[in-house]
Design a protein around this ligand. Structure first.
Ligand code: SF4
Ligand code: SF4
Length: 472
């Protein structure tokens, strides 16, 4: 498969950012992770070969590339080296992003909420029909995992269980249980934390979370207009009034985190980001909504250009920051929880993935009757049940199979950055991945451009690298 390395070259055209008007085009090899600036004539020649060899078998395609390599003679040693590297490429260590020994557990909790968001993940679940969350049950789950010699738990949360502050007493007891059971089996206790809509947040809760080293994130979708569009009037104002208690504490300065879901109701990502930054958040995690494309709030082919335009605007803003030696805003998205940040990080620190996620493998969501699901976004979809922890769980390692096994992705040049489509988003849309795939490709392309721009600022690049090594 040698030629694939060259046919997958990404051409990064000069950027329209004000400060990069004279920047030459770049070529990038996703597999070898090498960048090289090229001339317009070279770009044309590379594109021509890509066109000629598209869809061909390895051998004839390889011949085209070698002919071009030889034609360069000694006039362009860097480009020759670049091509040679692609031919002699040995895959770098690929991160298997579904480590079975590094589990994360999402409990379903009491499944109650004090809001009625239009796009709630659990809108099809009737809390009345759910078993209430019990600590005996949680103890069973934790025991069953911690007691296995090779197994540990990285993270425990209640991400899609409704509003966790409605059952905060149980949360506190679960925290103690987690410590106790981990200690019993001489394991490091899983990290715990809460993502809340903020309406019940008070000083007592904040003090407790701080004292017990739990993380705290707020869930908002931008400023007042965007947040209230999906969550109801004055939700933003009420949440922020409580969250001021966090802003007022210097010890939380770098941990003011917020989770925003991009949907058809708030498609302007740049505005979402700016409003959240201006409100005072310093860790901003933006993700697309996984939903049926025919829902009024869904991301779909019609509003996708708006979302991408928003990303371009946001990246232009971040590019200007970099040119001025300011990195705070960029670093606020440089982590594995932000959808774009994750792609940018993989590009910048050469990290490839072989599958989309660890859903149903390293990660699972458990409902209160013991039913296990591949991840919390799946937890409302009974037909995707993996089994029951009291009986048998069929760990479906193929829920997110290696991207090379997916017909839709096998030849995609971005596959080791993307990992393939989100299985739940695909299933919700009866196998149609076109919206997500177009989104991923366009966003990865934008991330390449931003990464190429960062290349021009070695000091800033070094700092961003360091940050990603820790946060990706
Ligand atoms: S989902 Fe699309 S972008 Fe991602 S690997 Fe598959 S084809 Fe490529
Ligand atoms: S199935 Fe989708 S939502 Fe669930 S963990 Fe995988 S990527 Fe995330």
């Amino acid at each position: 498969m040698l030629f694939a390395n060259l046919n997958n070259l990404v051409i990064v055209p000069p950027r329209a950012f004000a400060n990069t008007a004279n920047m030459p085009p770049l070529i990038y090899s996703p597999q070898t992770k090498m960048f090289l600036t090229a001339t317009t004539a070279e770009i044309k020649a590379l594109q021509k070969i890509q066109k000629q060899t598209a869809g061909q078998d390895d051998q004839p395609a390889e011949r085209y590339w070698l002919t071009y390599y030889k034609s360069l003679k000694n006039s362009r040693p860097e480009l020759q080296k670049f091509i040679l590297h692609c031919f002699s490429f040995v895959p770098a260590k690929i991160k298997n992003n579904s480590d079975p020994y590094n589990m994360s557990i999402s409990f379903f909790g009491d499944s109650k909420c004090n809001l009625k968001c239009l796009y709630c993940f659990n809108r099809n679940i009737s809390p009345a029909k759910e078993k209430p969350f019990s600590l005996h049950f949680a103890a069973d789950v934790l025991e069953s995992i911690y007691k296995q010699a090779h197994q540990t738990i990285a993270m425990i949360d209640f991400n899609y269980s409704g509003e966790p502050l409605l059952f905060f007493d149980k949360y506190k007891k679960l925290w103690a249980l987690n410590q106790k059971i981990a200690k019993k089996y001489k394991k490091t206790p899983a990290n715990m934390g809460i993502v809340t809509n903020g309406l019940l947040l008070n000083d007592k809760i904040i003090d407790w979370l701080r004292k017990h080293n739990c993380w705290l994130g707020l869930s908002l979708d931008g400023g007042a207009e965007y947040t209230n569009a999906g969550r109801g009037e004055k939700t933003f104002e009420r949440a922020i009034a409580n969250y001021q208690k966090i802003f007022a504490r210097p010890e939380w300065t770098n941990e003011r985190s917020v989770h925003a879901t991009i949907s058809g109701l708030n498609p302007d990502v740049s505005r979402v980001f700016t409003e959240l930054w201006d409100t005072g958040f310093r860790q901003i995690y933006i993700k697309p909504l996984r939903s049926e494309t025919d829902q009024p709030y869904a991301l779909n082919k019609k509003n996708l250009p708006k979302v991408l335009k928003g990303y371009r605007k946001l990246f232009a803003l971040l590019a200007e920051d970099i040119a001025q030696g300011r990195l705070e805003r960029l670093l606020s998205i440089c982590n594995r929880f932000d959808y774009a940040g994750k792609f940018l990080g993989r590009i910048m620190i050469n990290r490839s993935v072989i599958r989309r996620c660890g859903g149903g493998y390293g990660m699972c969501s458990v409902r209160n009757n013991g039913d296990a699901y591949p991840c919390d976004t799946y937890a409302g979809r009974k037909r995707n049940k993996l089994g029951n922890i009291y009986k048998r769980v069929n760990w479906d390692k193929n829920l997110a199979p290696p991207v090379d096994e997916l017909e839709s992705c096998r030849f995609c040049k971005y596959r080791y950055l993307c990992g393939g489509p989100c299985p739940v988003w695909r299933d919700i849309n009866n196998g149609d991945i076109s919206v997500e795939c177009a989104f991923n490709k366009a966003l990865i392309t934008e991330c390449f451009r931003l990464a190429a721009l960062i290349e021009q600022y070695p000091q800033e690049k070094k700092l961003i690298h360091e940050h990603f090594r820790y946060h990706l």
